[in-house]
Design a binder for this molecule. Structure first.
Ligand SMILES: Nc1nc2c(ncn2[C@@H]2O[C@H](COP(=O)(O)OP(=O)(O)O[C@H]3O[C@H](CO)[C@@H](O)[C@H](O)[C@@H]3O)[C@@H](O)[C@H]2O)c(=O)[nH]1
Ligand SMILES: [Mg+2]
Length: 240
């Protein structure tokens, strides 16, 4: 008997109380409509806004088979949140995404379809190809994001149009291999993951997505992150 595919979504959250119920509802809708098996793994880093209380209510509503809350004591960052969540994933595929609607679950169906078309190791959402785009960012953030991608692409040539985005589908064993070899933690993390995956010979396909900026709260991108990112690109350029 062929085992049915299962998709584990790793959802890092920090102060996403308002977004979590709707994102969960949309995930359920998408996976039900396409008759796909799935689970949601919420990695909350001690959000002071009560995100975990909401997560517990969602577990009651959707069952513990469907949703796991894998909390950590404090805000330890996105990169390690994926590492933490991954150990609890029971699916053969893993999807990583943001909880603030920048990544709409409706794109998952297309990512799954594209993955199956040529048995790709990774499918990444891209804002910078086809119908992809960014909505709600000011000019500075757009410029920084484009510049960051151009810089890494010029030096490292991974052949992927969106290196810093984090809406991605991986074969679980591929994610495990790539994440173990990745050293950076902040915004550099997604870019390093993709560059290393390509260097290891994994196949990557792209699906255009529209990225919509969050309504509540603020992003953490600052001057320090930009410097860290530039250092990360140069380090990889020397090593990979
Ligand atoms: N557990 C945990 N979750 C976190 C943490 N920091 C952020 N998150 C969660 O991670 C997701 C992304 O955080 P945002 O603060 O919304 O990031 P962003 O500035 O919008 O950046 C996004 O776009 C970038 C590309 O332009 C991406 O590089 C980045 O990974 C992210 O997708 C959200 O679900 C947020 O709750 C943390 O320290 N711990
Ligand atoms: Mg965001």
């Amino acid at each position: 008997m062929v085992k049915k595919d299962k998709y584990s979504i790793l959802l890092p959250t920090y102060n996403e109380r308002k977004n979590l119920p709707i994102i969960t509802w949309l995930l359920n809708k998408t996976f039900s409509e396409h008759n796909l098996d799935w689970e949601l793994i919420i990695v909350d880093d001690g959000s002071p806004d009560g995100t975990q209380e909401v997560a517990k209510q969602l577990i009651n509503a959707y069952t513990p088979q469907r949703i796991q809350l894998r909390a950590r004591a404090g805000k330890l960052g996105l990169g390690t949140a994926y590492v933490h969540g991954l150990q609890f994933a029971t699916g053969n595929f893993v999807i990583i995404m943001d909880a603030d609607f920048s990544h709409h679950p409706k794109f998952i169906a297309e990512m799954v379809k594209v993955q199956k078309s040529k048995n790709y190791d990774i499918v990444t959402g891209t804002r910078y190809a086809g119908n992809g785009g960014v909505y709600g960012w000011d000019l500075k953030r757009k410029f920084v994001s484009r510049g960051a991608n151009l810089f890494a692409d010029t030096l490292l040539r991974p052949g992927v149009s969106d290196l810093t985005g984090s809406f991605r589908l991986y074969k679980k064993e591929v994610l495990q291999k790539v994440i173990t070899s990745t050293e950076s933690k902040g915004y550099t993390f997604q870019m390093e993951m993709m560059v290393r995956a390509r260097a290891m010979g994994f196949t990557v396909a792209e699906v255009p997505i529209s990225f919509v900026d969050r309504v509540y709260g603020e992003s953490k991108l600052g001057g320090d992150e930009i410097v860290e990112y530039a250092k990360g690109v140069l380090t990889l350029w020397l090593k990979v």
